[in-house]
Design a protein around this ligand. Structure first.
Ligand code: FAD
Length: 375
């Protein structure tokens, strides 16, 4: 069903798809709920979670602790394991009935599969892999900028504006920002004529709020009626097999030591040095894409635009030039330390501490001094 511009006013509230696997909430969900809270406050509307699964009421309250006002819970044995058909049907039916104005998904494997399918079914717009979300008023702002700043202030506060004595509805829209043209510019995308405006958001980009136990108690849990039968689902999950290898947890790490092509003269030795430094710091090893493309390290270590977005307490960049696509994933780290033998390397532009030198000489000294300081 398509919603035209006349229908958009009927849509209200911010929704977040709350992804759970085997009854455990995915960490991105809490980041999205925290970000959704900000958007809902700006719009003066409610923040609602939509949670699908089998017997998942137990984890719904947690969402209140991060800012949700309500959680719509859909329980069914048919929703126990994720299938595109079942989840798409339940979500799109709920959207058509309850009509949220914004619908957010994490850009996880499931979110990347589910969100476009829902957007196509709902005939609305989806901005994929966003790194920033805001509320903006694109349609009237340019006009008002010319008319008067006073009117612009009114529009920000009230959501309506008088032009030539007449009240005009103001189109408030979510501004969805994502890297474009290989990360060389950031594109701001609006979806003014269709609802809900939909976005997938990169895991690790939005900051999780502090958990509020009182708020978790107050969240409203709702169980709307819904229809779903086995015949709606064309696939069957036979077995869920977890990856045998443990993947590195870059997003949750406080200390990351990343390697770049600068280790090329002794790849094994360079990675070993990074591992030793990470160990004394209590952190993990990351990398630039150059190392992943060269097959020196697996893709789960990659930081950057097409890798992970991280904001650890300390990020150490060893032999990484600081290409824009790498910086996109690490420049919000609390403290950046760069080791590079080229004093003009762009990584030094974002570094809090820069060491110009050969990483194979500098890193062993760093490890020794940290060990000595700890002793
Ligand atoms: P280089 O640019 O080759 O830099 C190596 C650095 O090591 C140099 O600065 C050199 O001075 C230094 N060095 C050499 N030897 C030593 C030594 N002994 N001691 C100290 N320093 C030394 N890149 C990412 O990292 N993440 C991404 O997600 C990503 N996504 C991309 C997406 C797109 C669409 C595109 C087009 C590119 C993407 N890239 C990404 C690639 C990016 O443009 C760069 O090519 C890449 O980051 C370069 O990696 P690097 O810094 O390790 O290598």
């Amino acid at each position: 069903m398509a919603f035209n511009s006349a229908d958009t006013a009927a849509f209200k509230n911010v929704w977040v798809f709350c992804e759970q696997r085997q009854g455990k909430m995915m960490p991105t969900t809490f980041e999205l709920i925290s970000e959704g809270r900000k958007l809902a406050d700006e719009l003066g509307v409610e923040l609602c979670g939509i949670l699908l699964g089998d017997n998942v009421d137990g984890i719904a309250k947690e969402l209140g602790g991060y800012g949700a006002d309500k959680v719509y819970v859909y329980n069914s044995p048919l929703l126990k394991d994720y299938t595109t058909d079942a989840y798409t049907k339940v979500i799109t039916d709920a959207v058509e009935e309850i009509k949220p104005e914004i619908l957010l998904f994490g850009a996880s494997n499931i979110g990347r599969d589910l969100a476009p399918r829902c957007a196509a079914r709902l005939h609305t717009g989806l901005c994929a892999d966003c790194t920033h979300l805001d509320i903006d008023m694109p349609i009237y702002k340019n006009f008002l900028r010319e008319a008067s700043t006073l009117a612009e202030e009114r529009i920000e506060k009230l959501g309506t504006v008088k032009i030539n004595g007449q009240d005009h509805d103001v189109s408030r829209d979510i501004k969805m920002t994502r890297p474009a043209f290989g990360g060389h510019l950031m594109a701001s995308i609006f979806c003014p004529r269709f609802r809900p405006a939909m976005a997938t958001v990169r895991p690790g980009v939005m900051k999780k709020r502090e958990f509020c136990a009182d708020c978790a108690e107050k969240v409203e849990i709702l169980h709307p009626a819904f229809e779903l039968s086995a015949s709606d689902i064309k696939t069957e999950v036979v077995e869920t097999v977890k990856a045998a290898k443990k993947l590195v947890d870059l997003i949750g790490a406080d200390f990351i030591v990343s390697v770049g092509r600068g280790i090329s003269k002794d790849v094994e030795g360079g990675i070993k040095l990074a591992e030793e430094l990470a160990e004394v710091l209590g952190g993990v090893v990351g990398s630039s894409r150059a190392c992943v493309d060269a097959g020196w390290i697996t893709a789960d270590h990659q930081v950057g635009q097409t890798g992970k977005t991280v904001h650890p307490k300390v990020y150490v960049a060893l032999g990484i030039s600081g290409a824009i696509q790498h910086k996109a994933g690490m420049q919000d780290s609390e403290c950046i330390i760069a080791v590079n033998k080229n004093e003009n390397a762009p990584i030094f532009e974002v570094a809090d501490y820069g060491i110009v030198g050969d990483l194979f000489k500098v890193v062993p000294e760093l490890i020794e001094s940290i060990k000595a300081a700890k002793a």
